[in-house]
Design a protein around this ligand. Structure first.
Ligand code: THU
Length: 146
């Protein structure tokens, strides 16, 4: 769908995800990702990818946002997340940016904690994918430790 088709609350989330691509620290990949999570307490918590010279020590925008949300508002439930990216040319990616596998797994945990679906908005330059849930992005997910 397009930005103009979204309601105000989804537009706000998309705006913040786009804005937070400018808070990315990505001197190695030059790929800048922003994420914005709406909680059921009305707060919106944002994140951006943060890289490190020791590459695995960095983190994606989605995990930056969801762990921040969990740390700041441990009792709040996730309602929706928007994810946007700018490529190495500094421009918004034409295709919506899809979360990596590790971020899907991390987000699924918060969807499970919420007890209901968490909407996912993947934001491209001119079009947006509106997905009903995190679990729709992670079939046959690992969900428990035995
Ligand atoms: N990245 C994200 O922030 N989210 C994703 O879902 C995929 C990748 C970041 C990690 C790294 O800083 C850069 O994009 C290139 O992989």
């Amino acid at each position: 769908m397009t930005y103009s088709e979204l309601d105000d609350s989804r537009r706000r989330l998309v705006d913040l995800a786009r804005e937070y691509t400018y808070n990315s620290y990505a001197p190695y990949s030059h790929f800048s990702v922003g994420a914005a999570i709406r909680l059921d307490n009305g707060e919106i918590i944002c994140g951006a990818n943060q890289e490190n010279a020791a590459f695995p020590s960095g983190t994606c925008a989605e995990r930056s946002a969801c762990y921040s949300a969990g740390a700041r508002f441990p009792k709040a439930k996730f309602e929706a997340i928007a994810i946007a990216a700018r490529g190495v040319d500094g421009e918004p990616t034409p295709a919506p940016c899809a979360p990596c596998g590790a971020c899907r797994q991390a987000l699924l945990e918060y969807e499970t904690l919420a007890g209901h679906d968490v909407e996912v908005l993947l934001v491209g330059k001119d079009n947006i994918y509106l997905l009903p849930s995190v679990k729709s992005l992670l079939p046959l997910a690992f969900t428990e430790i035995n």
